[in-house]
Design a protein around this ligand. Sequence first.
Ligand code: UD1
Length: 418
Amino acid sequence: MDKILINGGNRLSGTIEISGAKNAALPVLFSSILTGKVNTISNVPGLADIKTTVKLLEHIGCRVNWNGNTMVIDSSTINSHEASYDLVRTMRASCLMMGPLLSRFGEAKVSLPGGCAIGARPINLHLKAFEEMGAEITIEHGYVHAKAKKLCGAKIYFDTVTVTGTENVMMAAVMAEGETILENAAMEPEIVNLANALNSAGAKIEGAGDSIIKISGVKELKDIKEAIIPDRVETGTYLVAGAITNGELTITKCNPHDLEIVLSKLKEMGAEIKIGANEISIKAATHLKSVKITTTPHPGFPTDMQAQFMVPASLAKGTSVFNETVFENRFMHVAELIRMGAEISIDGHTAIVTGERPFSGASVMATDLRASASLVLAGLVADGTTEINRIYHLDRGYEKMEEKLKNVGADIKRVKAS
Ligand code: UD1
């Protein structure tokens, strides 16, 4: 298995260009199932999860042409409504096939998902909403089988804010009969990207980005033409890299508006930040200050940035407190950061990080996508060499990470498995 080696201590300076957002690309690519046309999606990042998505789309009969960052998906040739465990197990977001398949063909059989091991991560709210729209759901042999003669619009209240749940049900509703209203919907920028993609094909979705979304069903869709938004988690990760390495970085092709709370926490910790239309510059703080972070759904502090912020918190003066309210079991990076010199104690959903604990290089194991990013960040400032194993997690979500960091001065390389 490939690993990453980092010799810490280099100051980072220069420019990093941001790729398209994984979490926006996945639902938009799956939404092409709905149209039965030739769809064109641009700014698609080259990531392992996107390759899995292409395999899934091809498996059900789509023709996919992926050239550079543009993907053309012909969904007129779909001949199967089933996604097997082999394909689904590495990516939980495969469940996003269910809404569009059910809507267009009245049937979807999708293996229950795997993916990051961060808590139970059920899809009960997706399934409950499909049932409220008239689908019959059975779970057998590890598969969810959804069937509906006709999907009907419904008023759906999500007990918990769910990002992929909102996306899945939105896709099911665009061609359902009548009006669907989603209440307590997720408000993430990725939801807006999906709604814009669907509306580009003639769907009638209003209110995406708010907690109430109204969808009037249409009989047919045209082809989708949409660009994927910049990845806000990738942006945030490189901003943290700038903040901790005594660096001066400019992050380009990003959307500062999607990162308001992350930027305000970095400022609180002492970093100097300048915001342009599509770029953010960060200058490291002379002395980092401690921080209090509570993760919540957008527009709150993203759970996907929690692990990365523990690195500056370990270096800062004072004690930082992290409250994780979105997922159970999302402190798996803590054990590895402790092996690198951090002092962090966990009490239920709260982690207390003692500051002024410099990192020292070690051999560590990536456990999930964002946890892996925190280990890379710690490696950048650690004394000596850090060896990060199981980096397939990183490849799921960060396009060309070593290359991007190397270009701004990091001593980082990938060692291919022999
Ligand atoms: C998405 C993102 C992930 C991010 C997360 C929260 C994608 C592909 N992934 O994941 O990177 O960390 O949002 O911002 O976009 N829940 C239920 N029942 C359900 C669905 C969810 O109880 O049917 C719970 C989950 O266990 C979790 C919470 O709701 O505690 C939020 O999960 P959700 O927003 O669904 O996360 P994902 O969409 O899987």
